[in-house]
Design a protein around this ligand. Structure first.
Ligand SMILES: [Zn+2]
Length: 378
């Protein structure tokens, strides 16, 4: 009996520079981390609020661009901790084959090159009394570690002996010098060897993985007309799934036929929150042609950003606007022919542009670029 995939939320950290670096590798080991800080809530590290994790009131989570968080850019493939309602959950923050930034390196290399890595929110910190560490929370987190590791070992063919913590990774010379997660385990008489034995027992079918579900997402409030940021047409080849949340892990609540007209309320990575007929949900932006002109003719000011020039999309069809300069980066939408763009910088054959409310990169080959300010727009 195969190990089932654990329930997990999906909140891709598409703004994080590690995500944008978009280096892919085949993981051959797992390194487990814990934060070392007294904050068990996922929202401290992940954002924005998806209606389940809760809102980080300081906005200092890890889904921020380099310019907004230059001193501590970190990212794991998943994070484990408490949701707003206090239950413990796994959230995926980067694709499983994306090279994370979490372990640092040692004398034998950099663990990010070979390891799937996950972060875990602690309920005690270096400067807080260890008495704040609760066994109930530790046990809930530990159950996630076991299930997730067993599933990943099964899916990626990773040997259980290659499930290690940050401390062991340092001892193997592939990580910086930290004591997690052992420093947490010892408070409850636990060890990595015991954890590995429990992972092996689940893989051997001796222990069943827990049946679990994520708490339901609260209903999206009825959008007000002023919340519409763009209109879109479904230009994929068939019906497009309308989902409860931004990601294929979320349940489909309907299908949008080809050429249907939609209102767009929000963009989150490659996902858009849209309204079709009476239904509101999330659809993949890869199959939509977005148009900002009807609803927001003003090009928003971009603070402290020097403008290189302006451009018109003169290619023959929709042009992908992407999270980085290359076809390997995720598409945020399709820029229609004849659309006006502001150009901030050129890098090889790629241009960083503003299109309506979206900033991203597109191929400069399909742009007619004029250097200097756009006089027509003032
Ligand atoms: Zn660590």
């Amino acid at each position: 009996m195969a190990v089932s995939k654990p329930a997990m939320g999906v909140l891709m950290h598409t703004l994080n520079p590690c995500y944008r670096a978009n280096r892919r590798r085949k993981p051959t080991r797992i390194i487990i981390h814990s934060t070392g800080a007294n904050n068990p809530y996922i929202k401290r590290y992940a954002g924005p609020d998806d209606g389940i994790i809760g809102k980080n009131q300081y906005g200092n989570h890890w889904n921020r661009e380099y310019k907004d968080n230059p001193n501590s850019a970190k990212l794991g493939n998943v994070i484990i901790g408490k949701l707003e309602d206090g239950s413990v959950a796994i959230y995926q923050t980067a694709p499983f084959d994306l090279r994370p930034w979490l372990s640092g390196s040692g004398k034998n290399g950099n663990g990010n090159d070979t390891a799937f890595q996950f972060e875990t929110c602690q309920d005690f910190g270096a400067s807080s009394p260890k008495g704040t560490a609760k066994k109930e929370y530790y046990d809930a987190v530990r159950a996630k570690w076991v299930h997730l590791c067993a599933w990943i070992c099964q899916e990626y063919g990773i040997a259980v002996k290659n499930v290690i913590d940050h401390r062991e990774a340092h001892a193997q010379g592939i990580a910086s010098n930290h004591g997690d997660i052992r420093s947490w385990m010892v408070l409850f008489g636990d060890t990595m060897d015991k954890l590995r034995a429990d992972i092996a027992a689940m893989l051997d079918g001796k222990v069943k993985p827990p049946a679990e579900i994520l708490p339901p997402k609260p209903p999206t409030p009825e959008p007000k007309p002023e919340d519409v940021i763009a209109t879109a047409v479904q230009t994929g080849s068939g019906g497009l799934n309308l989902r409860e949340g931004p990601g294929t892990a979320h349940k489909s609540i309907g299908s949008i036929p080809r050429y249907a007209a939609l209102d767009v309320y929000e963009i989150n990575g490659t996902w858009t929150r849209v309204r079709y007929a009476k239904l509101t949900g999330w659809g993949s932006a890869n199959y939509l042609t977005l148009d900002f002109a009807d609803v927001d003719p003003e090009i928003p000011d971009v603070e402290t950003e020097a403008v290189y020039g302006y451009a018109v999309q003169t290619g023959s069809a929709g042009l992908n606007i992407r999270t980085g300069a290359g076809t390997g980066y995720a598409s945020l939408g399709l820029i229609r022919r004849n659309a006006d763009l502001t150009v901030y910088e050129l890098k090889g054959t790629w241009a960083r542009v503003q299109w309506g409310n979206i900033q991203g990169w597109c191929s400069a080959k399909y742009l007619t670029i004029t250097k200097g300010e756009n006089k027509e727009r003032g």
